[in-house]
Ligand binder design. Structure first.
Ligand code: PLP
Length: 225
C-alpha cells in the first residue's frame, strides 16, 4: 500500500470530492491497513467478492459497487451496499429496486454513462436515460434513490480527450439536473476519475473519485480474477 499516494490524493480531494478506495482483487488485510488510516469508503466490482469482504471486515465500511452488475447477483450485495455507481440499464434499476424492497431498504444509485470511445464500456447515452426518466414505470421505483451519475474516460494518455469526455459527463449531469432533478438536492454526485486521470476529473467537476492501483499497487489478475 502506498500511503504517500493516498495522502496526496486525499489532499487533492479537499472538502468537495470523496475518495473511494478501489480494493477489487486485493486481500482484506490491505483494506484493513487503509481503514486504520481512516478510510471508510471502498469500491469493488464483483458481487461475491464484495459480499465476502463485507462479511469479514468492520461493519462501518461503506461498500461502493463500481462494476457491471448482473441481475442475478444483486441479491448478494442488496442488504448492505452503500452506493451502486454502475446502473447501466432500466432493467437493472428495476431489479435493484426489487431486491431493495425485499431487504426493506432504499439503495442509493448512480447512472453510468458511456462517454469513452471503447465499445467495451457500459452505460446509458443521454437519450436512453431520458426515456427511462420519462417512463411512468420509473416513478414507481420506490426503493432506489438516484444521487447522480458516473462515467469512465477512454484509456488513453491523450489527456485532452480525457478532459473532453469528463466535460461531456459534467454537461450530461447539468442537463439531467435542470430537467429532472431541479428541486432534488440529493442528486449531486458525479463519479469520475481513476488513478491515471483523477486530477483532470477533479478540475472538470468530479465529486467522487475511484482510485485503486495508485493506492494499493498494480492488480494481479493472473490468480483468479
Ligand atoms: C478498477 C476500477 C477503478 C480503479 O482503477 P485504478 O486505475 O486502479 O485507479 C475505478 N473505477 C472502475 C469502474 C474500476 O473498475
Amino acid at each position: 500500500m502506498n500511503i504517500e499516494h493516498y495522502n496526496s490524493i486525499l489532499k487533492s480531494c479537499g472538502n468537495s470530492v470523496q475518495l473511494i478506495a478501489v480494493s477489487k482483487t486485493k486481500p482484506a488485510a490491505d483494506i484493513l491497513s487503509l481503514y486504520q488510516y481512516g478510510q471508510r469508503a471502498f469500491g469493488e466490482n464483483k458481487a461475491l467478492e464484495m459480499r465476502d469482504k463485507h462479511a469479514h471486515l468492520p461493519s462501518d465500511i461503506q461498500w461502493h459497487f463500481i462494476g457491471h452488475l448482473q441481475s442475478n447477483k444483486i441479491k448478494y450485495i442488496a442488504p448492505f451496499v452503500s452506493l451502486i455507481h454502475s446502473i447501466d440499464s432500466f432493467e437493472l434499476l428495476k431489479e435493484v429496486d426489487k431486491q431493495a424492497a425485499k431487504n426493506e431498504r432504499i439503495i442509493p444509485c448512480l447512472l453510468q454513462f458511456h462517454i469513452a470511445q471503447e465499445e467495451t464500456k457500459f452505460g446509458f447515452n443521454l437519450e436512453e436515460c431520458k426515456e427511462m426518466l420519462n417512463n411512468p414505470e420509473f416513478l414507481q421505483l420506490t426503493h432506489i434513490k438516484l444521487f447522480g451519475i458516473m462515467g469512465m474516460a477512454t484509456f488513453t494518455s491523450e489527456m485532452n480527450q480525457v478532459r473532453q469526455e469528463f466535460a461531456t459527463l459534467h454537461n450530461i449531469f447539468q442537463q439531467l439536473k435542470s430537467q429532472y432533478f431541479i428541486n432534488n438536492e440529493e442528486f449531486k454526485e458525479i463519479s469520475m476519475g481513476m488513478s491515471e486521470d483523477y486530477e483532470v476529473a477533479i478540475k472538470e467537476g468530479s465529486t467522487m473519485i475511484r482510485i485503486g492501483s495508485s493506492i494499493f499497487g498494480a492488480r494481479d489478475y493472473s490468480k483468479s480474477n
